[in-house]
Design a protein around this ligand. Sequence first.
Ligand code: ZN
Length: 224
Amino acid sequence: MQQLPLSFHNDEQYLKRYFENEIKKNVSLVITDNSTSMLSIKKKGNTFVIRLHRIFLSAGKEVLGEMFEFIKNKKAKTPYIRNFINQNTHLLKMKPGRKVNMKTQGRYYDLLYIFNSLNKDYFEGNISASITWGKGGARYRARKRTLGSYNSHNNLIRINPVLDTKRVPRYFLEFVVYHEMLHADLGVAVNPVRRTIHSKEFRKREIIYKHYHRAIGWEKKMWV
Ligand SMILES: [Zn+2]
């Protein structure tokens, strides 16, 4: 269904183990879609939290090698990483789904329009994820509480088509899309020890959505 803009050579699990072997420390690896901070490393107790933009999943050995140097010695020069980012930035702007089987125009709402305006208003246009209405059908309806999802493997946001009706106010649908875009922006941890899907930072940013309270209120009233 989804055509990827890049061929991913490195499996996330492999990358995590590779990092752990090299630096002999626990690594919490978070793959992000955040193109303003492509690579960041923080030490949290005994664990190194490495946040990587997803383009690094296709990085070669030289680039990865430089990352270890960077982790060990913050001042290390990083010409390979720089080069790699420069060579790949055009790929970040590619919208993978345009020509594939993506469905943004619903019967009532156009997801692409909503996505683009949220991207501009809240993310400085940095979210490169694709968005589509999910498939309908019985299985999906049974899980209708799952209103949206973000898949970091194909960088795809899916929105439950039960929301594609005029009974659902625009601010509520926008809120669901905004929530999934936050997941894309903040990244999804690989094998987290404790599964905190909605971190403190996530909750803090979620409230920034300008109809947050209205949306939460509507959900409580209407969606039981
Ligand atoms: Zn969520």
